[in-house]
Design a protein around this ligand. Sequence first.
Ligand code: 4AD
Ligand code: MG
Length: 461
Amino acid sequence: MTESVREILARPAAGGGARVRGWVKTARHSKGVSFLEVSDGSCFDGLQVVAAPELPNFESEVRRIGTGWAVDVEGELADSPGKGQRFELQARSVAIVGETGADYPLQKKRHSFEFLRDIAHLRPRTNTIGAVLRVRNAASHAVHSFFQERGFVQLHAPVITASDCEGAGEMFRVTTLDPASPPRGEGGEVDYAQDFFGREAFLTVSGQLEAEIGAAALSNVYTFGPTFRAENSNTSRHLSEFWMVEPEMAFCDLEGNAELAEAFLKHVIRAVLERCPDDMAFFNERIEKGVLDTLAHVVDSPFERLSYSEAVEILEASGRDFDFPVKWGADLQSEHERFLAEEHVKRPIVVTDYPKNIKPFYMYVNDDGRSVRAMDVLVPKVGEIIGGSQREHRLEVLEARMQEQGLSQDDYWWYLDLRRHGSVPHAGFGLGFERVVQFVTGMANIRDVIPFPRVPGSAEF
Ligand code: 4AD
Ligand code: MG
């Protein structure tokens, strides 16, 4: 492997040979010399290549090089007299590896993010999406380092499942039946007993139920994988396929859960700031002014804690004219969440103890009988970034809740069985990985923080 541009730029001093292979970001051909900025994606900056007329292919090839061409350059690393870069590579040879056609869409001008989504196969070469992908990578690594350092075991939850964890009926069906003529039962309904798995199957909406199985044996586990929601939400914060991080802890209550969530978010943010300073400087300057200050503040201050009831009182007393009315029992909408985090406390908040009627069956019922030990972590701009709860570990209460919500106990027999054998208080949460990347980078639309967004009406690439 050749040294990456990142490694070359990190050399202590100029001098010595270097080789760079990558794509030309900009080419400037002035009289008697060509300047190529070559990027290999290893860091925000490219390496400036200086090509002089002495090169044998100077007139025939080098002069034709334009944006997007793939090149392989060898030369001498020298201090750059020009502004904007420390080193330049004085080329001894410039080999052309791949040209671009005249229709190469990424010219040196600003493209809208909407336009770039239509060329998702090329957009990683832009400054912004390249930076997003490096930040995403650093955040992903930080997810693992956080849990691994604390002794959590990663549990690989299945992608195909028969159970609807959130009970919201927003699952994508997995089937191999012929849609034109599926086998039918006597009443004319589709006979899924003849489907691939011998039953109905779906893409998972959450790995939580399986994580609970893991926690009931290994104590502290986490999952990190893709999850799917067939929800027709065309917003800047929803994807049909997104990645979720779900820790689950045995012998843990909601307080322990909230503490972990806070430490976890801070760890991920710190890690990105430390590993991607150049990318983050770019986001701070070009995408969301002040995002670095916001993040420094988040890392340094304790998260606010509020109960749902207190949050409702604050919203009622705010004098704001919200689109959705606020009243005890109704779910908080994103305008409410953003008011609380962005304007009321100006930093992340953990809201706890929501009404049980708006939350899934698995949450621990409080003694008041009307609220559950749920928690949502809300952050400025993005709103809900984490949703979690202490789980109902009491068999009878869980059975009653499932009955209330019209869920079949047969479908969840194994989940109930866990409550019969060594059931312990436990808690966990799910963090929407793209929402974190959005929060950290300040990117306005969640479709621009995942390499290949899946949303209603679109699954290209
Ligand atoms: O609040 P949610 O639905 O919670 C669960 O799925 C629980 N089973 C998690 C658990 O306790 N283990 O989803 C968790 C997080 C949300 O807070 C949000 O950040 C993200 O997942 N999320 C989405 N992100 C992008 N697009 C969507 N459509 C999302 N739906 C949820
Ligand atoms: Mg939620």
